[in-house]
Design a protein around this ligand. Structure first.
Ligand code: ADP
Ligand code: MG
Length: 593
């Protein structure tokens, strides 16, 4: 092919690809513009995961008539004049790319009226070309409607995820901006249903309750270094050590009102919890940093999700110090949180000594011995039979990898001591039970496809908006595993059934645990979503550490473990037991040379 200069249209589409990756990016850019225009109330309406239609209405300054067509040219902005200005940007936008990019890959129309003008302007564009331009009556502010997104870029369209995934991304974006701008009222409507609303009260706490749910917010502490005399201010909320998640995605960071992704800063937050959280557990944090604009370079990436700091180390240190301070203060004065606080984390449960934390499972102790009996016994007792081991002639013959063990007793309500022909076995009751349930579940699951269910009297569960989208997205998988869930109102689900294994658990807790697993996403090398959900179901159903077991219960558990294909590890790969041979014991006592 000979060299040719690309047409304007192609150039615009290529450029658009950098800014507008998916419907959520459109929402992000339009929100930033509304915020830059000083809006106090922003309404976002989305249809069909954003592909059909996205409409953002604001009550900001609006645009003067002459500016409206200009705004759709590439590199047209009112926020930047000279390269010098780049060093102290105080607006969210400055590249002048968003509107041109969005318009080039959609059908867009805008109605806007500037505060100083009595009439508004309507402009309609198709694939970036103006098709209508007139003066109209309109309230002050701007309404931008984006339809048929990516209609002219089939490749991009093909890579879009399911509507439900896009909806979740949009909910996430809106809730983040609501956190960074608590004095702006945000309303998000998806397919005609309002799924998120912030009050605009100016209190971050109010937004967090709407976005994360009251249960989560209750276990968070406030941070504010405003009066510390430092040039970097850190404020927001971070979790008490009793609230933690499986990955870093619950650490939300903002720099100068802009949500950012920064592994290093997320690490600073995690590190602040050193000895307060088990390894592999991460806090829930919403932290905002105010840094003098000249100390931050926001012009690193087209989507502006990454920033560069002039002095990264001091930002790291300021963030880590602020979080650490809050956690330590909390540990020392447990009463600092709100008067009505009835959280699980009393000072005695998570002191500076991390030995309590290692015993994660023991923290949600049920009454010792309770709820255990049916788990090891036959269906005759009237409980769901999914946990029962097939016995008798019908039982599948499995290779024996464990010898017959004799139970000696229990240690610390956590480990079972047993004796076998080859010495002593110390068995982790929780890990062992997880293994047993997992193999039973997998066998049923592969054999019958539809897992055994336990019907509940319908219970409704209300979730924060982003989590609700996540459940919606995975309804099918959940169903195949034995959950019967139906959407009921915007962020509410009716739970009609759970896998039989979980019949005794509060459905709300079960769902919360599952959501955590769903959130950790599918990363390369990780088990499939299905498998992870099954593992979680088994973990949830398994007898806990800290639960006193009767002799028969222990014997029953060991019998079942003996029948497992891989009795030596739990489904997550941790050991279920420690074996000391007779020789090793003898050597320890100096009986063998
Ligand atoms: P940028 O935000 O980087 O300046 P955009 O393409 O997003 O670039 O927007 C171009 C210009 O259009 C902005 O600089 C602003 O002047 C104007 N504009 C866009 N959206 C709005 C809005 N909602 N209210 C008022 N003015 C707006
Ligand atoms: Mg912009």
């Amino acid at each position: 092919m000979s060299i040719q200069i690309l047409s304007e249209e192609v150039v615009a589409q290529i450029a658009a690809g950098e800014v507008v990756e998916r419907p959520a990016s459109v929402v992000k850019e339009l929100l930033e513009n509304a915020l830059d225009a000083g809006a106090g109330h922003i309404r976002i309406e989305v249809t069909g995961g954003g592909r059909q239609r996205i409409r953002v209405s604001d009550d900001g300054s609006g645009m003067i008539p002459d500016d409206v067509p200009l705004a759709f040219h590439r590199h047209a902005t009112s926020k930047l004049r000279t390269a010098d200005d780049l060093s102290h940007i105080t607006t969210l936008g400055f590249r002048g790319e968003a509107l041109a990019s969005i318009a080039s890959v959609s059908h867009l129309n805008i109605v806007t009226r500037h505060t100083d003008f009595s009439a508004g302007t309507l402009l309609r564009l198709r694939g970036g070309q103006i098709t209508e331009h007139k003066s109209v009556g309109a309230p002050v502010g701007t309404v931008i409607t984006v339809e048929n997104l990516f209609h002219n870029t089939p490749a991009r369209l093909k890579f879009l995820k399911k509507d439900s995934t896009e909806k979740r991304h949009i909910a996430l974006i809106v809730s983040r901006y609501a956190m960074a701008y608590p004095d702006v009222r945000f309303v998000l409507e998806q397919d005609g249903r309002e799924i998120f609303r912030s009050s605009g009260s100016g209190f971050l706490g109010d937004v967090l309750v709407a976005a994360l749910g009251l249960d989560t917010f209750r276990d968070m502490v406030e941070i504010n270094t405003e009066h510390s005399g430092q040039s970097i201010r850190v404020y927001g909320y971070t979790s008490a050590p009793n609230l933690h998640r499986a990955d870093r995605t619950h650490i939300t960071l903002f720099v100068n009102g802009r949500w950012i992704q920064d592994t290093r800063l997320a690490y600073a937050v995690t590190q602040a919890y050193h000895t307060f959280l088990m390894t592999g557990r991460y806090p829930v944090s919403v932290l905002l940093l105010d840094i003098p604009p000249e100390e931050v370079d926001v012009n690193v990436h087209p989507t502006k999700a990454e920033v560069r700091f002039r002095d990264g180390d001091s930002v790291f240190a300021a963030l880590q110090r602020a979080v650490r301070r809050a956690i330590i203060d909390l540990a020392q004065t447990p009463a600092v949180r709100g008067g009505d606080y009835t959280g699980r984390g009393q000072a005695t449960e998570w002191g500076l000594d991390d030995s309590h934390l290692q015993l994660d499972l023991s923290l949600d102790l049920e009454t010792p011995g309770q709820h255990t009996r049916h788990r090891f016994y036959s269906p005759a007792e009237g409980s769901p039979d999914a946990t029962a081991v097939p016995v008798g002639p019908g039982a599948p013959a499995r290779p024996r990898t464990l010898p017959i063990l004799r139970v000696v007793g229990q240690i610390g309500a956590t480990y079972i001591v047993a004796e076998g022909p080859a010495g002593m076995y110390l068995i982790d009751q929780h890990a062992a039970h997880e293994r047993i349930l997992y193999e039973q579940f997998m066998e049923e699951y592969t054999r019958q496809e539809q897992a055994a269910q336990y019907a509940l009297s319908a219970q409704s569960i209300h979730l924060p908006p982003v989590e609700a989208r996540l459940v919606e997205e995975n309804l099918e998988v959940l169903h195949s595993i034995g959950f019967a869930l139906e959407p009921f109102g915007p962020n509410t689900f009716v739970i009609r059934a759970v896998p039989a294994l979980l019949a005794n658990q509060p459905p709300g807790d079960v769902l919360a645990a599952l959501i955590e697993d769903l959130e950790s996403g599918t990363k390369p090398g990780q088990a499939s979503i299905e498998e992870r959900i099954i593992q979680r179901v088994c973990k949830q159903a398994a007898v806990k550490a800290g639960q006193i077991l009767s002799f028969d219960e222990m014997q029953g558990l060991i019998r079942q473990l003996e029948r497992c294909q891989s009795p030596l590890t739990c489904p997550h790969g941790r050991p279920t037991m420690i074996h000391m041979t007779t020789d090793q014991l003898a050597r320890q006592f100096g009986r063998l040379g």
